[in-house]
Every structure is written in C-alpha cells, then in structure tokens.
Design a protein around this ligand. Structure first.
Ligand SMILES: Cc1cc2nc3c(=O)[nH]c(=O)nc-3n(C[C@H](O)[C@H](O)[C@H](O)COP(=O)(O)OP(=O)(O)OC[C@H]3O[C@@H](n4cnc5c(N)ncnc54)[C@H](O)[C@@H]3O)c2cc1C
Length: 437
C-alpha cells in the first residue's frame, strides 16, 4: 500500500486527494485537518450569503466517501503530531494548509481596539472556532475597510445587508445580531490605487446596486473617462464592466437609504487615531497613480471611523520543521516540491491569490508530479501510515473526528438552524465534540 497524507482539507487538499485516490494504485489517502470540520475556506472564508459558491463541497464529499480516503479531523499538525512524525509515517505528504494569518498595515494605531484583520473578521462571522470570542466592536457609525479586492467587498456587503437579507445565509447568529445592532451609517471601502487597478469581480461589485438598506456612492471625479491604451482585451472588458457599475453609483442619492457605502480610491492609510485605547478616526494620504503604482501626493485627510478592517492579504502559518519562506509567508517550494516525498499546493504554496477553481489546476499539476515521482521511485512499503499515527494520537489523548462524525456535526447544524437559514454553525470545538460522545 502507498500511504499518502494530505494536511489541510480545503479545496487544494480535496483536489489532490481526488486525483491521487483515483490514479495511484493501492493508495490510501488520509486528509488531516486541525478542525473537526472539513473544506477549509469554503466553510470559513467564502461569504455566508454566497451559498451557491459553497455547493462545491458536494464534489469534495464524494472524494471523502471513497473507500481509500479517510478524514482525520481535529488533528493539528505541528501540535498533535509533528511534521517529522508525519514524514516518517507516510510515503507522500502534501501540505495544503492555506493562508489565513492577516498581513498588517504597518502603521501607528494598529493595536487599538476596533482594528480587526479581514482574516479574523471573516473567521468570526463565519463561525471559525479560532475567532469565536473576537466580539468586534461594531458600536460604530463609521467603518473603514482597507483593500480593493473581493474580500473587502464581501465584508462591506455582510456589514451593509439587513438582518433579513442575511437570513438565507449561514452567518453565525451572534454575528448577525451584532451587525444588526450596529449603528453604522458610513462604510468606507478604500483602495490605494485607482478603479482601473481594483481587483473586484463585477458580480460582487454589482450586488451593491440592490441592497435593502445600503446605497453605494462613488465620486465621479475618481473615475477615468476612458481606458488607457494597450490593456489586455480580457482585463479591459472586466475593467470596463466595473467602471460602468461604478458610474451607475455616482448618481445615487446619499440620503436614499440609512447606510452609505463610499467606494474610495487613491488613498493610503497613514495612522489610526485613538481615544482611550479605541479607534476614533483614520488619517489617510491621497495618492496619484503613475504607471499602475500609487504615489503619495502629501495631501492628507481624516475619516471619522470607530472600526478599521484591513483586507490587504494573508500569510501562511509556519509549522515547526517545515521549510518556510518567512518573507513571502509561504511554504518554501520549487513548483510544489518541498523536499523528497513532501509537496505543497494552494494558498500556502503560491500565496493567498486565486478563487477555488484556481486551486484545482495547481493541485492537478502537483498531483501529476507526485505520480511521476512515485513511478520513478516506488516506495519500499516500510512506512506505517495511519496505523502508526493512530497509536500516537491515542497515546496523546487526541480525539480524532472521522468523516462520518463530521456528518453528525453537519446534520446537527442544519437541524438547529432558524429563520430559514441553511445551518447554524457550531463555532466551538468542544460543542462539536460533545455531539459525538
Ligand atoms: C474571505 C474569503 C472569501 C473568499 N470567497 C471566495 C469565493 O466567493 N469564491 C471562490 O472561488 N473563492 C473564494 N475565496 C478563495 C478560496 O477560499 C481559496 O482559493 C481556497 O480556499 C484556498 O484553498 P486552500 O485549500 O489552499 O486553503 P484553505 O481553504 O485555507 O484550506 C486550508 C486547510 O488547512 C487546514 N490547516 C491549516 N493548518 C493546519 C495544520 N497545522 N494542521 C492541519 N490542518 C491545518 C485549515 O483548517 C483548512 O481547512 C475566498 C477567500 C477568502 C479569504
């Protein structure tokens, strides 16, 4: 038997497992996750009101249901088992641990109460156990979100929607209540560069045209009249669509709805100012964009906000013994190869970019490399695989969660949902494990 361990059950891990469990003869594929719940950011990142995107889990479930695939949930590699122990027990190890540690703005005031990285904020409203106790201060009339990508748009939309609009989502009840109770009136979405450089997709940007309690606003002076020459035609089409949407927001009436979303461009945060340890405003500097790069103009301004959410990217978390590129915040690798017998794919390999399908092609390429290496150097069959790991985990009192046990948790979440929500997530590991006793 060829023993294969995959660390991380997000899209990248699932795609590799799918291919290896089908294509490698006599393979046993064990997928570890530090949470009792599978699917990575499909569960804990993708916006709770985008349930359609989460349908991909049906495909992943079919992989887990195969006879030669095992989910080993609630096992943290680096804590419950070391990287060295894993390598010694498996013929192949694939690291697909994602990247969800927030990058910092690196400006004064980031330590104030009221500043939350997008990773932790998203994890909180999506019921990730790491952030169950975040309790962000949303007693704010002004909220600034820094970043011009889809994650920033997701956060703005979740804050802007009415509670009724979130009833078809799987946002946690606590987050839904906290957002509904917020006195927010102004949400500022701030990009360092201009609308041409924003990495929004149009579907996400257009959603702000249809919200019940929030109106999107854009200063027409921030929009160019035409596109620069020489753009790639595909990129030009996306930008043109986004500009059309942004133009349609320029004539909106700011007083037509109780919450305003201000889409602002060409500004960089300089300092978060505080009062008694809490955020009171954000000081920014206007930029001009030259050859696609933001250049400071020296002109500054302030926004009165009590909450600041930087959405400027993520890093992976280094695990002891694992070759790690500290500067880039990814696992050190050469085209997915970390060291003999160890591979990586997904966000921890190439950085936190790309939607779910982008991980499929990346994982396929790495799986092909694994198959080629196994053919060139067939394993001697000396490694103990799950048998060895299972006894270590039992000795250490680690309670593993199988795929069947995850389904018990899944059904309990669906059963306890109210108001038409698809599920009410458990956001504490103890609560989940208690269901399995
Ligand atoms: C806020 C947000 C919204 C997004 N929305 C969309 C969207 O609408 N559509 C779309 O297509 N894409 C979206 N994406 C992108 C998509 O989520 C990623 O492309 C994808 O999840 C990356 O997959 P991954 O497997 O590399 O990492 P992840 O999905 O992060 O999976 C990593 C897994 O590894 C596990 N893990 C980590 N460390 C350990 C450890 N030490 N031991 C064991 N397990 C560990 C984690 O628990 C996790 O399950 C979004 C991303 C974010 C952040």
């Amino acid at each position: 038997m060829i023993n294969i361990a995959i660390v991380g059950s997000g899209p990248s891990g699932c795609y590799i497992a799918d291919m290896l469990s089908k294509k490698v003869a006599d393979a046993q594929v064990d997928i570890f996750d530090r949470l009792p719940t599978p699917f990575g950011l499909v569960r804990a990142g993708v916006a709770p009101d985008h349930q359609g995107t989460k349908n991909i889990v049906r495909q992943f479930e079919r992989t887990f249901e195969r006879d030669n695939v095992r989910f080993v949930g609630n096992v943290n590699i680096g804590q419950d088992l070391s990287y060295e122990e894993l390598k010694a027990s498996y013929d192949v190890v694939a690291l697909t641990i994602g990247a969800l540690c927030d990058r910092k703005l690196g400006i004064p005031g980031e330590e104030l109460t009221g500043v939350y990285g997008s990773g932790e904020f998203v994890a909180w409203y999506n019921g990730h156990p790491d952030k169950a106790d975040l309790a962000p201060n949303l007693n704010s009339r002004g909220i600034a979100i820094i970043g011009n990508g889809n994650v920033a748009l997701d956060i703005a939309r979740v804050l802007a929607k009415s509670s009724a609009e979130m009833d078809s989502s799987d946002i946690t009840a606590a987050a839904q209540q906290s957002i509904a109770a917020s006195p927010v009136q102004d949400i500022y979405l701030i990009g360092r560069r201009g609308p041409l450089e924003a990495s929004f997709t149009n579907a996400e940007l257009s959603e702000f045209g249809e919200l019940e309690r929030c109106v999107a606003l854009v200063d027409p002076a921030q929009l160019p009249d035409s596109l620069p020459e020489g753009l790639d035609p595909k990129a030009a089409r996306t930008i043109e669509k986004n500009l059309d949407t942004l133009r349609s927001y320029t004539s909106n009436d700011a007083d037509s709805k109780p919450v305003r979303l201000h889409l602002m461009f060409c500004a960089s945060p300089l300092e978060i100012l505080g009062d008694n340890g809490k955020v009171s405003s954000l000081r920014l500097e206007k930029n001009q964009v030259v050859d696609g790069r933001a250049q400071p103009t020296g002109e500054t301004f302030e926004l009165e906000v009590q909450t600041v959410i930087p959405a400027i990217g993520y890093r992976s978390e280094a695990i002891d013994g694992m070759p790690f590129d500290q500067q880039r915040g990814i696992i050190q690798n050469q085209d997915g190869v970390v060291e003999p017998g160890v591979y990586t794919a997904g966000w921890c390999k190439r950085g936190p970019q790309g939607v779910i399908p982008a991980n499929r092609s990346d994982s396929m390429a790495v799986a092909k490399q694994i198959i080629a290496d196994l053919e060139a150097n067939p394993p001697a069959g000396e490694r103990g695989g799950y048998g060895t790991i299972d006894s270590l985990l039992q000795q250490r009192g680690v309670k593993q969660v199988s795929f069947e046990q995850w389904q018990v948790i899944n059904q309990a979440e669906v059963a306890r949902a109210e108001n038409g929500k698809p599920r009410e997530k458990f956001n504490r590991i103890d609560e989940m494990l208690a269901l399995l006793d």
